[in-house]
Design a protein around this ligand. Sequence first.
Ligand SMILES: [Zn+2]
Length: 536
Amino acid sequence: MKKPLCRSIAAASLAFSGPLHAEVPRPGLLVAISIDQYSADLFAAYRAQYTGGLKRLQQGVVFPSAYHAHAATETCPGHATLLTGVHPAHSGIIANNWYDAAAARADKNIYCAEDESVPGSSSKEYSASLIHLRVPTLGDRMKLANPGTRVFSVSGKDRAAMMMAGKSADQTWWWGGNGFVSYSGRKPTPVVSQVSDRLLAGIAVGLPAPVVPGNCIAAPLAIGGGKSVGNAPEALAPGDTKDIRFRPELDQATLDIAAGFVEAEKLGKGSAPDLLTVSLSVTDYVGHRFGPGGVEMCVQMMALDAALGHFLDRLDATGIRYAVMLSADHGGVDLPERDRQHGATEAARVSPGTSFAALNKALGAGADPLILGDSIAGDVYVAPRVKGAARIKLISRAQAWLNARPDVAATFTARDLRAVKIPTKPPESWSLAERAAASFYPGRSGDLIVLLKPRTSPIADPLKGYVTTHGSPWDYDRRVPLLFWWPGVTGFEQPASVMTVDVIPSLAGLIGLRVDPSQIDGHCLDLDASQGTTCP
Ligand SMILES: [Zn+2]
């Protein structure tokens, strides 16, 4: 028997709107989880095999096709989108890195989560900061509405922890390579120290090869140069603080810190709703190194499912009312060599001739390149020394050269994208220009935006590093699962597409937080399975 509609919760302050017109108990703690590179395709491939936390969360409200509507499907923009409710065009976080000719320092490459004005900094040795994020996060909005709200964040990656947390978060922690760290000057809390020390002690003596569950089958695939993927994961060598990023133990430690915060800080028991944001990074690292289609990812999926199960059990044990949102910062795609074996005959790597070197040569550049950028797929910049009419002519010549390349699907100039309106129609129907416009921020985005054809990996040589990546405007990179769950939830599944910008208004609806619709790009998803609504 369900409780009556419109119950008001005593804990809600006047800063929050009135009763919740839904048969949903108002949570004291929102838990927002991102699994890095957890594509809708990965969710579909494994969802029937989960037995732990990911099985439990599927019993709630399931949107199997949530879209990061934008084109530049990278980690920093994805995490910023998840909890700001706006496209990168409005958050300012257009990519993991961009080029800023006006930067005061010698290194003009800017990391999305740094303050480049800090003396001695570079895009590699940077000072962590959210100065480039132009909008508030859910946590910022919650704290503004009620200063009693507490916001805690943890991740395997700095940019993920920071972008989900926002500028006013109480604590933001990430794996720093030798323990979990935070902004300059922050000392680890006992929870953080304890988990860091335990993980470091494990790394010091090495970790055994993960047990390969019976549903995970090794099927090695040689990709040349003695390198292969599809092998059962190996043991971690003693002292290997780099490869811990590919081990389930890093996600487990991230979740241990998250649960530790809830217990130690009594989150969910205060006078105002609290927010815990968690981004789990290992799935992304495994996807990049081995591709999402092999035994390595299967082992990761099963371990992550178990770790999330333990995490939820710890939350249950606190007795608090909590609600979970789980999604991802972007999707991903398998390496072309295995994709081709699995029916995707068009899968390919970008040809070596589609490169900055070849483009600059064709444009007659000498030792100093005329065209710069992080990757030939994405934001491409004209060297600042080229000005005026010569600059416009150079952009035009570069565009013509790129458009003639067999791997290029489309190119857009900054001027093109300024004129494109970001749509609100279903994201799968957006044109490439509309997707690129959602990633376009004037003055920060490239002079040219280059989009490769579908299933064309921008990694020309898989022997040098990662074998696959994301970041494209294609749906395998845009589409992620979006799950909501709370104890006692009446679940349903909605196969129609939604957007990740819908997360904020939907979570705000659960806690009765007013969010001005004119400030965000998403809209509230009604999470109540019955006639009631969780939306204002
Ligand atoms: Zn990512």
